[in-house]
Design a binder for this molecule. Structure first.
Ligand code: AMP
Length: 555
């Protein structure tokens, strides 16, 4: 049976990384052409004749200083924003299309390094990514010509990497604190034999290393203008600002290992050396770190509310967690035992391990179908345990795994929570409200049914607008939330009184696809709204926000 390898990709805001599991069963990061394990998620749009060509990675990042208008960076922050475009040489590129260039470059590097094709991948996303961002990520993979086998959450990938490095998940609870270049995720996960379960998750996709860099840029510019009052502000010059940004990031990296660093600031023909101490850097960035601490406190409280009150270890993931202040604050505030293990690579490695799980499952399914022990199209859930263990053991050595490790891998179930709340718009006390049916951190799969009521007699249609939570905490204001799909329940005959019951069922499966069903006693067919990958969801326009909803929350 032919094996198609599944690679793991960490598509990061600032850096990306591709990994595979080697023939000895070990996750291994594939270095790029510059021999680096990670590649800047930066694309330079270059003109060559009439065409535009693309340069991805360190080269592009270096050019950002000289040609800022031709360089797209921090694009992950725009995933799922249907209106966002980067304009490169007069052409418009959506966030998925820019990201597809990064993915193509990573796949190309892996093909060069392994000598084989790269077609199947697992791509990671922050746990709090909603439906649109996940779809945009999948689309980026497809635009790169890749078969996206699955999208998994970055903290889950980190937990995979940690769990399987210990010979399979053991009974422990981990907090994954992931502070990357542009995003922050904090997640409580339990690892037990056969299960990796996300208990609670939160995060902020507007918070990451780039913010620490900007803070330091401001500080350096201020020190420069104090020392050179006649030279003007380096931030008024786009090239000097870019230069300063690079120096600031270098200084930040150095301050993780040293107490102080000197930075040369040049502007308007003047130069000043600014000394930055770790203490002053930590002081100017305290509010940023505090935001991560607050979110971590919130997620620990949510885990406690779900009966998980002891965290055994805090895994520090993401380049920024190398800052000494991170582990110090986490242990001071929460008494956490922290572990800095592979912070730049753990997510890609975990994605590769998960990719291998998918690959192994596919192999075993094909094998069992060929033997007539499983009907085509069925999952492994229904296979007799003895048949499963036998098929997995036969496949194990081909994957460089011991039988035990392969069986663990296949048997391990990943249970997730939803990172956002969902609901429909309804009327309450004469005004439109966002009525939540599912809440952040509800365990998947979710199935909730709630009764709403028609707003008038003889109502022949019902308007259903499904929204996704748009703010950090639930807001009942429709305008604060994002409509992801809408439809009308029609064909209701006249004659039903005002206040007729309409049952609305919200379902979210393990793969986070959503179905909403509305049933009215007079309608022959229920309204079924399904949101699957590839269906564009609508951002809410102003006139829609004002639209009268045709369902009441209370009778
Ligand atoms: P990631 O998105 O996980 O690749 O994280 C990249 C971010 O981590 C960037 O903002 C880097 O500047 C930052 N970073 C990498 N190494 C260090 C370090 N040693 N100290 C502080 N920040 C770092």
């Amino acid at each position: 049976m032919a094996r198609t390898k599944v690679f793991g990709i960490d598509l990061g805001t600032t850096y990306s990384c591709i990994a595979q599991v080697d023939e000895y069963g070990r996750p291994d990061v594939i270095r790029n052409i510059e021999s680096q394990p990670t590649t800047p998620s930066v694309v330079l749009f270059d003109e060559s004749g009439d065409d535009t060509s693309f340069v991805v990675g360190a080269q592009a990042k270096r050019q950002a200083r000289i040609r800022p208008d031709d360089v797209a960076s921090l694009v992950k922050r725009h995933m799922g924003e249907s209106d966002w475009r980067f304009v490169g040489h007069g052409e418009e590129y959506s966030a998925p299309s820019v990201s597809s260039l990064v993915l193509k470059a990573l796949a190309g590097d892996a093909e060069r390094a392994t000598g084989g094709p790269v077609t199947d991948v697992v791509i990671t996303v922050p746990a709090y990514f909603g439906d649109e961002e996940r779809k945009a990520t999948k689309l980026a993979g497809e635009l790169a010509g890749l078969n996206v086998v699955d999208i998994i959450n970055e903290p889950t990938a980190a937990a995979f990497s940690y769990g399987f490095a210990q010979e399979g998940p053991t009974g422990s609870t981990v907090l994954v604190y992931d502070l990357g270049g542009g995003t922050f995720d904090t997640t409580v996960i339990t690892l037990s034999e056969g299960a990796i379960t996300v208990v609670a998750t939160d995060g902020d996709h507007e918070l990451g290393g780039a913010d620490w860099d900007s803070e330091l840029v401001r500080y350096l510019a201020q020190r420069f203008t104090e020392a050179q009052p006649d030279a003007g502000d380096p931030l008024d010059d786009v090239y000097d600002e870019q230069e300063l940004l690079t120096s600031a990031e270098d200084a930040k990296l150095a301050l993780s290992g040293r107490e102080s660093v000197d930075v040369l600031v040049v502007h308007g023909g003047r130069r000043t050396s600014v000394t930055v101490t770790r203490a002053s850097f930590e002081e100017i960035t305290t509010p940023l770190l505090q935001r991560t601490v607050d979110l971590t406190g919130k997620v620990l409280a949510q885990a406690r509310a779900r009966g998980v009150d002891k965290v055994d270890i805090c895994l520090l993931v993401g380049g920024m967690s190398k800052m000494p202040a991170v582990s110090r604050r986490l242990s001071d505030q929460f008494g956490l035992l922290t572990r800095l293990a592979d912070p730049d690579l753990a997510v890609a490695k975990g994605a590769a391990v998960y990719g291998q799980k998918k690959e192994l499952e596919r192999f075993v399914i094909d094998d069992l179908v060929a033997q007539g022990k499983l009907a085509a199209g069925q999952s492994l859930d229904g296979v007799a345990p003895a048949d499963l263990v036998k098929a997995v053991s036969e496949a194990a050595s081909g994957y460089g795994l011991s039988t035990g490790a392969a069986v663990d891998l296949v048997k391990t179930k990943v249970t997730n929570v939803t990172s956002r709340g969902f609901g429909i718009f309804a009327e309450d006390g004469g005004r439109a409200v966002a009525a939540f049916l599912a809440h952040q951190n509800d365990a998947l799969p979710i199935e909730v049914t709630r009764t709403f009521y028609t707003v008038s007699a003889n109502q022949t249609e019902v308007d259903i607008r499904v929204f996704e939570q748009g703010t950090a905490t639930e807001s009942g204001q429709p305008g604060d939330n994002k409509v992801i799909v809408a439809g009308e329940l029609t064909g209701i005959p006249a004659g039903h009184p005002r206040g007729t019951e309409v049952d609305v069922t919200f379902e979210m499966r393990r793969d986070q696809t959503i179905t909403v069903t509305a049933r009215h006693p007079g309608a022959t067919d229920p309204l079924v709204l399904a949101i699957t990958a590839g269906v564009g969801s609508t951002a809410m326009r102003d006139e829609e926000k004002a639209k009268v909803v045709l369902l009441k929350q209370r009778a």
